[in-house]
Ligand binder design. Structure first.
Ligand code: ADP
Ligand code: LRH
Length: 494
């Protein structure tokens, strides 16, 4: 038949969703229905921050139940994608050891410097192609050596978050390629775990499973899950299980060379390249090379993203104020432009106790006007993000030697239209916003490629382009943004 229905679970750091996708090959159209959405709330226990992994499993099961309740009786497959770098460790008997740590946990503070001094910055970059972020799996594992050695001693298997949840659903243990490349323990050239590096750091090489290619069939819902939920067994596919890999699959680009911004909790800005870019300049600018589906490479940089706003919102809610993301953007809109800038990527913003105060602190110590109202703080964040996007977009062009007419933005962040407009203004280029559910769509289409319904990545992008609206933003506000950019660079010491 020419139509197919599959299920995607897309877990972001702020929320997760279950989305059913229907492909009508004859009409060349995809339609989606969100059947379940849930917040993803990390839990602080003592001094540590963990993911609530069993609750996430519970929510996946609720999503599967919803397919039944909504009459989707012929789901051909399902797949999971999620944020990168985090993992669980299994004991020899297959049980999960401890609660996976959240990448913003402070157990990796200071660890990166130790590992760099042991291995060398150049050597680590040449091997893995990965940007240095203090929470990469390599630093988390190294931190465990000191803080929780019993856990590492007992570990038999390393599974990243989607691998782990998939294992809970199927009983099969597999490591998926795109996510493995975010650990900083995977060799970008030999495309295998870097056993030499792993052993040099005194980590157990035996816990890492050889990755399966994205788009592989990796089992089916286990008898125990089927019995519990009273559903038929559904085949499970390992898609680009890193959410950013899936988001970039869904960029509805017409050009072969395009720049993208995957905009959610994080802002990931860069371009697809045929091979990892491991130059001195890329290392110096700390760009990353992450594995994509079907042999693609993503050259990009993490920008702190809407985390800054999420954290302000969470803080204000604790203080008894309630304003939605849309309302906060509205408050920001009426604030006078270009009064205060931060470097969104300053380490001080990774996980501060009080985000609004941290932003005020940054402005104070850099000798700027200090934002006081909630609207002013949000304005400061949005303008600073847009400026940082310009900065990284221009560096991306220098690294690839290409120039980009505009910027594709996908993800939940496109609902912030002010941010999209600011980004167009700051970059002086068109912004093409959509689709909003980028990662889930990338997840869905790779399932359809695996099932034989879509020929390849190019066809998948064309289908997405034909099926979902893309909103174009044109630069406005002219010279003001140019002059302000120089002030941003000064405030951010760039
Ligand atoms: P993740 O997958 O990382 O959890 P999403 O892609 O779901 O993140 O994007 C969530 C972000 O989108 C929120 O942090 C918020 O800033 C933004 N957002 C969502 N809805 C709106 C809205 N109606 N108006 C403005 N911004 C929004
Ligand atoms: C975005 C993301 C990003 C990683 C971060 C930990 O959700 O996967 O690509 O760097 O989370």
């Amino acid at each position: 038949s020419s139509s197919s229905t599959v299920l995607a679970f897309d877990l972001g750091a702020s929320s997760g969703r279950a989305i059913v996708g229907r492909l009508d090959s004859e009409a060349g159209r995809i339609t989606i229905e969100e059947i379940h959405r849930f917040s993803n709330d990390p839990v602080r226990v003592g001094n540590h921050l963990h993911w609530d992994i069993l609750r996430l499993l519970h929510e996946l099961k609720q999503g599967i139940l919803q397919t039944k309740h909504r009459g989707y009786t012929a789901i051909e497959s399902l797949a999971i994608d999620s944020w990168a770098v985090d993992f669980g460790l299994l004991a020899a008997n297959g049980e999960l050891l401890g609660n996976p740590y959240h990448y913003r946990d402070h157990h990796t503070d200071g660890v990166m410097a130790k590992v760099i001094s042991e291995v060398g910055r150049e050597k680590l970059y040449a091997a893995t192609g990965l940007q240095f972020l203090q929470f990469n799996s390599i630093f988390q594992l190294y931190a465990l050596k000191d803080n929780n050695p019993e856990l590492l001693d007992r570990a038999a298997t390393f599974l990243m978050i989607p691998d782990l949840l998939r294992y809970f659903l199927t009983g099969e243990k597999h490591s998926e390629y795109t996510n493995a490349t975010t650990t900083q323990l995977y060799n970008a050239t030999s495309l295998t775990w870097d056993t030499q590096l792993i052993e040099q750091l005194g980590l157990p090489a035996s816990i890492f499973l050889p990755p399966v290619a994205s788009g592989s069939r990796v089992g089916a819902l286990s008898p125990s899950v089927c019995e519990e939920l009273d559903v038929p067994s559904i085949p499970v596919i390992a898609v680009g299980e890193h959410d950013t890999a899936s988001a970039v699959v869904a960029v509805p680009a017409l050009d072969d060379d395009f720049a993208f911004l995957s905009c959610g909790t994080w802002s990931l800005l860069g371009s697809e390249t045929d091979n990892p870019v491991l130059t001195e300049q890329a290392l110096d600018w700390n760009f990353t090379n992450e594995g994509g589906v079907y042999g693609t490479n993503r050259l990009l940089k993490n920008i702190m993203g809407l985390w800054l706003i999420q954290e302000c919102k969470r803080t204000w809610e604790k203080e008894g104020k309630t304003a939605s993301f849309a309302e906060l953007a509205k408050q920001a809109e009426s604030v006078k432009p270009f009064q205060f800038f931060i470097d969104p990527d300053d380490d001080m913003f990774l996980n501060p106790a009080h985000m609004p105060k941290q932003i005020q602190h940054y402005c104070r110590v850099t000798g700027q006007v200090v934002p006081e109202t909630d609207g002013e703080i949000v304005r400061c964040i949005l303008e600073s993000l847009a400026m940082k996007y310009r900065f990284i977009l221009e560096r991306t062009e220098q690294l690839t030697g290409k120039s980009y007419r505009g910027l594709h933005i996908v993800g939940g962040g496109i609902q912030n239209e002010l941010l999209c407009q600011f980004t167009s203004n700051a970059t002086g280029r068109e912004v093409w916003a959509g689709p909003v559910e980028g990662s889930a769509l990338g997840n869905l289409v790779v399932q359809w490629i695996a099932l034989g319904y879509i020929a390849n990545l190019r066809e998948a992008r064309k289908l997405i382009r034909n099926s979902f609206p893309v909103k174009t933003y044109h630069p406005t506000g002219g010279a003001g943004w140019q002059a302000a950019y120089d002030r941003f660079c000064t405030a951010a010491s760039l």
